[in-house]
Design a protein around this ligand. Structure first.
Ligand SMILES: *[C@@H]1O[C@H](CO)[C@@H](O)[C@H](O)[C@H]1NC(C)=O
Ligand SMILES: *[C@@H]1O[C@H](CO)[C@@H](O)[C@H](O)[C@H]1NC(C)=O
Length: 485
């Protein structure tokens, strides 16, 4: 491609480079005068007039710039004022209509049909983005293999389509957090524009004290006002996040959520799981609008969960106090008799109910209907145990329900089952519900504590539990033949 007028490389007017425009030789001279005590004429810099008012936005829709200026008043012998003569700020008008002609296209099109380049030939001009200075109005003659630079683009023209940055006086500038173009001002970690990170504290810890029981463990409170949250760990455990209202944002109720972006506490939480290995991360810019509780759903020993965030200084004290109050997870203390490795529960429900026993449960919502061949197959193949169980008793504990069962007949087992087992289900109103003194076909998972001393049988939410019948018995035997090996 031939360039007609090899770029004269427009230089930026020095008026707003922010530095006095004394050439070096003069500065040296001035220095010499001062150091020789002959500096009587050097009376310091002149004085700025107040800023003028901001001009109207350069565009009629979308982003543009507005400018204000001031002048340097100086007496003979006074230096130039320090600072900028012009200040540019971003102005944001409502979005442009979808098919609006871009600003740069308009500027090129102004030359359409007009003789340019010293001949009578006319051209149709469209923007050309391959030229060195993106703030020159470089336009391509349509149907021809050359472009021409018509000087600078107008202030407020985007430097390049789809990128941040607007051209101002021939320079590509982006807005700082103060809205001024080219100011370079950035938000610090505490969210203060141009701040120095000193109004907040950096909390960075590794959580290693999860106990020995498969299940949810509190990791930390993430208080309201936290910013730049990051959590990572490398294990098959899952991070879980609970909102202030006690509802899970992700990985709650023993169900694993897909990676993605979740809205929580007024911010977006990005949850990733590495494809290559067992690794999870959570990230959020914050600030969080209320407390979040970070937990881990333990399935294997916890190698450590690293978390960090920035917290306003004044919130640090109460955060510390609350974290100490979290202490050992409240749900963990088990009734004594199950603290032994899957201890043989008594054949009849304990006469003295454990302290954690709750009074008659509140009426539960009906469970969703999960019957169907696919459901049976999924749970049969994906579970560790399938057996026919007689329900001996039921107890509601802190956040779950414990069934005492007698195993009648084993269809599938990955490890030995005893005749009496406990089966756990999440929540006070487990779905599907199991009624005492009835017989069911159950597909359950095994959750082993990290140190291997305790394990549990879990009936997951919406898992497979059907009243036992000869027909269901033969359907289950059929399902057994369809599992992938
Ligand atoms: C604030 O902290 C961040 C992260 O540690 C750092 O990158 C940045 O330079 C700090 N800013 C200032 C002004 O110290
Ligand atoms: C975790 O902490 C919350 C908030 O303090 C508390 O209500 C809950 O009982 C704790 N959960 C566990 C499993 O310890």
């Amino acid at each position: 491609m031939e360039k007609l007028r090899p770029g004269k490389g427009e230089r930026l007017a020095s008026s707003h480079t922010g530095r006095p425009c004394l050439p070096w030789s003069q500065l040296l001279l001035l220095g010499t005068l001062l150091s020789c005590g002959l500096g009587g004429s050097a009376q310091g810099p002149g004085e700025w007039t107040p800023w003028g008012s901001w001009t109207r936005c350069s565009s009629s829709c979308g982003q543009g710039v507005s400018v204000r200026s001031r002048r340097c008043i100086r007496f003979p012998g006074e230096e130039l004022c320090w600072g900028d003569t012009h200040e540019y700020r971003l102005c944001q008008l409502p979005d442009c209509p979808p098919r609006a002609v871009p600003f740069r296209d308009l500027q090129c099109a102004l030359y359409n049909g007009h003789p340019v380049l010293g001949t009578q030939k006319t051209y149709q001009w469209v923007p050309f983005h391959g030229a060195p200075n993106q703030c020159d109005l470089n336009c391509l003659a349509e149907g021809h293999a050359f472009y021409h630079s018509f000087g600078r683009v107008l202030d407020g023209t985007p430097c390049s389509p789809g990128l941040e940055g607007l051209c101002v006086a021939g320079r590509c500038l982006s807005a700082g957090c103060d809205g001024l173009l080219g100011s370079g001002a950035r938000e610090d970690r505490c969210g203060h524009c141009g701040g120095t990170n000193d109004s907040c504290l950096f909390v960075q810890r590794v959580f290693r004290d999860a106990g020995t029981f498969a299940g949810y463990w509190n990791v930390t409170l993430i208080p309201e006002g936290a910013r730049h949250l990051r959590v990572t760990h490398r294990s098959r455990n899952h991070l879980a996040l609970m909102g202030g209202d006690g509802r899970y944002v992700l990985n709650g109720n023993w169900a694993v959520s897909p990676p993605g972006t979740y809205e929580a506490a007024g911010t977006r939480v990005v949850y990733t799981r590495a494809a290559s290995g067992p690794e999870e991360t959570l990230r959020a810019a914050g600030p969080t609008s209320h407390d979040l509780l970070l937990q881990v759903l333990l399935q294997e020993p916890n190698p450590g969960i690293e978390f960090e965030f920035w917290l306003p200084r004044e919130l640090y004290g109460s955060f510390q106090a609350q974290v100490q109050a979290l202490g050992r997870p409240a749900r963990q203390p088990q009734p004594r008799e199950v603290e032994l490795p899957r201890a043989e529960p008594p054949a009849v429900p304990a006469a003295v109910p454990p302290r954690t026993l709750t009074p008659a449960p509140d009426p539960c919502e009906p469970c969703p209907d999960t019957r169907g061949r696919a459901h049976r197959l999924l749970h049969y193949c994906g579970s560790d145990f399938v057996f026919r169980a007689h329900i001996l008793g039921r107890q509601h504990q802190a956040q779950e329900t414990r069934y005492e069962v007698r195993v009648q007949l084993v269809y599938k087992n990955r490890s030995p089952l005893r005749t009496h087992e406990y089966v756990w289900a999440p929540g006070h109103c487990p779905c599907p519900p199991l009624a005492p003194h009835q017989e069911y076909l159950l597909a359950v998972q095994r959750l082993v504590s990290p140190d291997g001393t305790q394990d549990r049988l879990l009936l997951p939410r919406s898992g497979y539990a059907r009243p036992w019948s000869p027909a269901e018995d033969s359907r289950v035997r059929l399902a057994a033949r369809h599992c992938p090996v």
